[in-house]
Design a protein around this ligand. Structure first.
Ligand code: ADA
Length: 572
């Protein structure tokens, strides 16, 4: 399953799921004498008993059949972490980064049998600036679905939708990109229909072998807003037509909602919100990073059951099916680009700027239509305390602004009052671990952090505690409530939540580190503090078994707010 709805009704599309041939190889392009294994796609090779710790290059191979001469488009939703794709022996795509999609286009493919070879590489090294030894695991393989489409010469590349609430009326700003593979220019009619709301028709002229972008703003007086209580979603059907014949289409879902930070509050549709959330790594004890649909649904059900109204996709863009679930459930998403804890030296890797900016651009362009996403963020705990780091933060935050002016931007810092980038963000976010890494009092620390924000360029901006938490090894109980026990995790989370959710709290949100335990890179140094090669601060373990703290958090997140109690009293 690629998305939670059909993305095309006219364009033929097929998911290439199933068993592909597999073989570890030494270099990209190598054709091994035999393909000894068969691995599931989507999937990661760690799920096979022989490759649980394999780091290197893996070749996935399969054939497909086409019935007529056509152009083909392959869409890879996520290959971890570097991908090279060959079609009938010819390289057709190269992509870096596991967590964003990429395509390969093959023109004038003859009918018959064709071979697809996918080389996935999860090894570390200078060529990979974002995937480094880290507090999460870099799995190998096509962790997200692969789709095969037949496309005509002229086809829809992408449609972006930016909702805006102006003078009491919802508006939508459209950006539709149409591509022409033919040598000569073409003129077609583009139709944009939104579930019975006013449809748009435009004539588009696209030069040969290029793309054209159509921009248009439309008022939607009858639109219903998307909000957590009633997450109204609209289905867009974009179609291309010539002489009454619809020959290509593109389907997506949108919601009408606004986000702003006026008055130092985080507001959705003009109303202040308090984010009660968890940080979620896309990691499962059995599935690794390749989630089945039921696994994704289980996560969203647990997150909702905890009383969360938000998720932070730490530390990379998530599977779109998970974002679809958040859209449907009215769960706010903080989505961030891919990076964790990179030092200035790591950020000076010659590949870093390009790789980091590419994932940022891909994240915003590919996921921008999800109404659930209300915050874009970058570079978790990287060098926002140095002048070089500042230049990077400035350039990536500006890049986001140039692609999407409708959402506030943030980054999670652990540099406290040494941070020199707080003025660049719309929302100030601190990762603080009182009572775990330090003995500080959570309430005092939160007020101190508000002070740092006010002094360092964040005055008048909302503030979030983007991480706090404590280790707990599932099943390890201790009457002495020692560190590492489930009891101690309860104590630490409770003390933090009590302070952060108090009536006089200056916060607009909290994200617990973390939803579930996750696998980490095996290593030495600080990685040895990760018992069992896992980060064990989850509220549930890697198999989704709730720890004691699950109930503690649920009690806080589901507790009624003063406002809710007031409304109830009035109704009574
Ligand atoms: C950091 C980091 C997380 C995780 C956490 C921890 O703040 O952002 O990825 O490593 O600390 O468990 O210490």
């Amino acid at each position: 399953m690629i998305r939670l709805f059909d993305t095309h009704e006219v364009r033929p599309i097929k998911e290439l799921e199933g068993l592909w041939e597999f073989q570890p190889v030494n270099r990209v392009g190598e054709i091994p004498a035999e393909m000894s294994y068969r691995l599931p796609v989507p999937g990661c090779w760690e799920s096979h008993p022989k490759f649980g710790t394999y780091q290197g290059i893996g070749l996935y191979r399969r054939t497909i059949r086409t019935e007529r001469r056509t152009h083909l488009r392959l869409e890879f939703k996520g290959v971890s972490h570097t991908a090279d794709v060959y079609f009938d022996g010819k390289k057709v795509a190269h992509h870096y980064n596991a967590y964003t999609a990429f395509e390969a286009i093959m023109v004038d493919v003859e009918p018959g049998e064709h071979e697809i070879r996918l080389y996935a590489d999860n090894s570390f090294g200078e060529q990979s600036a974002l995937h480094v030894e880290n507090d999460y695991y870099t799995y190998g393989g096509p962790i997200r679905p692969i789709a095969l489409e037949e496309i005509p010469d002229v086809h829809i590349e992408r449609v972006a939708f930016f909702p805006e609430f102006k003078q009491g009326v919802w508006h939508g700003r459209w950006q539709a990109k149409v591509r022409n593979l033919a040598a000569e220019a073409r003129e077609v009619e583009l139709l944009l229909g939104l579930d019975g709301l006013n449809a748009i028709a435009e004539t588009v002229r696209i030069d040969g072998q290029s793309s054209a972008t159509v921009e248009r703003t439309e008022a939607y007086e009858a639109a219903m807003p998307w909000n957590p209580e009633k997450p109204s979603l609209y289905t867009l059907r974009a179609q291309l037509r010539q002489n009454e014949d619809v020959f290509d289409d593109w389907i997506d879902r949108f919601g009408f909602r606004s986000v702003d930070t006026e008055g130092g509050e985080l507001r959705v549709n003009g109303k202040a919100v308090l984010l009660k959330g968890v940080n979620r790594h896309e990691d499962h004890a059995i599935a690794g990073a390749a989630f089945s649909f039921p696994d994704l649904v289980r996560d969203i059900e647990l997150i909702a059951d905890l009383g969360c109204n938000s998720v932070r996709t730490s530390h990379y863009p998530n599977d779109e099916r998970f974002l679809d679930l958040c859209d449907e459930r009215g769960i706010f998403v903080w989505e961030e680009n891919h990076a964790r804890g990179l030092t200035e030296e790591q950020m000076r890797n010659p590949n870093f700027r390009k790789q980091s900016e590419t994932v940022t651009r891909e994240m915003v362009e590919q996921h921008g239509n999800h109404p659930a996403i209300i915050i874009w963020a970058i570079l978790n705990e990287c060098a926002s305390d140095t002048p070089y780091g500042r230049a990077v933060y400035e350039s990536e935050l500006s890049l986001i602004r140039s692609l999407d002016y409708t959402r506030p931007r943030s980054f999670a810092t652990h540099h406290r009052n040494r941070d020199i980038c707080l003025d660049l963000a719309d929302i100030i976010s601190f990762n603080l671990y009182p009572l775990w890494y330090t003995d500080e009092d959570p309430g005092e620390l939160m007020r101190q952090a508000r002070g740092w924000a006010d002094e360092l360029g964040g005055a008048g901006k909302p503030m979030i505690v983007s991480e706090f938490g404590a280790d707990a090894y599932y099943g390890f109980r201790s009457r002495d409530r020692v560190k590492g026990s489930e009891e101690r995790q309860c104590d630490i989370l409770e003390a933090n939540l009590q302070a952060y959710l108090a009536e006089d709290s200056p916060l607009s949100g909290v994200y617990i580190w973390q939803f579930s335990d996750c696998r980490v890179t095996e290593g030495t140094g600080w990685l040895l503090s990760r018992g069992c090669t896992r980060n064990s601060k989850g509220l549930v373990d890697g198999y989704r078994r709730p720890k004691l703290a699950y109930d503690t958090v649920q009690a806080y997140f589901k507790a009624k707010t003063t406002e809710e109690k007031f409304i109830e009293k009035q109704r009574a």
